[in-house]
Design a protein around this ligand. Sequence first.
Ligand code: SF4
Ligand code: SF4
Length: 107
Amino acid sequence: MKHLTYLKTIRKFCVECMGGSPKYVADCPSYKCLLYSYRNGKRPKSEKAKYSPLKSIRKYCIECVGTSNEVRNCSMPECPVYYYRFGKNPKLAGKRMKSKSIPLKLF
Ligand code: SF4
Ligand code: SF4
């Protein structure tokens, strides 16, 4: 199954939040919302975002259901940000460890 990028999932989430209106997303007044900086599906150019997009999703999800355990057990797979709710990109799972492994030096 093909998944949207995390920035696009935030965008989709925000459009749904605003009843399907991209215009309302642009004018969203909830600047304290954890997804606010990425609501247009892009990294902000002018403002400095407090958290990365993935961390913002994670924090939003914890706020949504209360605890990290509840995020794990979230029963809304249709939610646009569900795939990234752990604050990590599942596609990269295990890849970082491999790239960081230090080759053995043979003397
Ligand atoms: S930034 Fe928050 S309040 Fe605003 S549209 Fe997105 S999810 Fe809704
Ligand atoms: S994935 Fe689940 S916990 Fe996260 S915002 Fe959606 S419904 Fe809430």
